[in-house]
Write a protein that binds this ligand. Structure first.
Ligand code: MN
Length: 197
């Protein structure tokens, strides 16, 4: 069974003006699709065909001969997760269990938001900023290129893609403006809360 490209959970216009339909056309329709297509070609006829995406990531992460498979599989997972982390009318301050946990860990939502933005800004080159649950503690982390917490143990709660393809059409080199716009306007806190369970 092949790995599928999941549907976007909203229309391509839904995240404008913060992320344009043009960006989603390329980011979802070309980049994410290419990772899915590449992965299916790489695993076809191998012992990884038929395994779940998470299993493929964990197996390939431990095998230096499978770097290409790891990169494509992790990028498939990371993008599918990232789309769900966003929604029209999202952002603002969270409610529910995640709000209490963020306040307990960082003292205020503003401090948390500043650190999440900083993780994305300081990721040199391509990568991802994350909110994860690690040993019961909330932590902000960043990963380079395709790397993903799924390969290492911490449970992802939220991610923001900081590859240039995520923002260059809308913000050119202004990664901090993209991060601020996503955090303030697009984070789907209901999805983040659901990941705590
Ligand atoms: Mn991306």
């Amino acid at each position: 069974m092949a790995i599928n490209l999941p549907n976007l959970p909203y229309a391509k216009e839904a995240l404008a003006p913060y992320i344009s339909a043009n960006t989603l056309d390329f980011h979802y329709g070309k980049h994410h699709k290419a990772y899915v297509d590449n992965l299916n070609k790489l695993i076809e006829g191998t012992e990884l065909a038929g395994k779940s995406l998470e299993e493929i990531i964990k197996i390939a992460a431990k095998d230096s001969s499978k770097t290409g498979i790891f990169n494509n599989a992790a990028q498939v997972w990371n993008h599918s997760f990232y789309w769900q982390c966003l929604k029209k009318g999202g952002g603002k301050t969270p409610s529910g269990a995640i709000a209490a946990k963020i306040n307990a860990a960082w003292g205020s939502f503003d401090k948390f938001a500043e650190e999440l933005k900083n993780a994305g800004m300081t990721q040199f080159g391509s990568g991802w900023s994350w909110l994860v649950l690690d040993g019961g503690q909330l932590k902000i982390t960043k990963t380079a290129n395709a790397d993903t917490p799924i390969a290492h143990g911490p449970k992802p709660l939220l991610t923001i893609d900081v590859w240039e393809h995520a923002y260059y059409l809308d913000y050119q080199n202004r990664r901090p403006d993209y991060l601020a716009a996503v955090i303030q306007n697009l984070i789907n806190w209901d999805f983040v809360n659901s990941n705590l369970g």
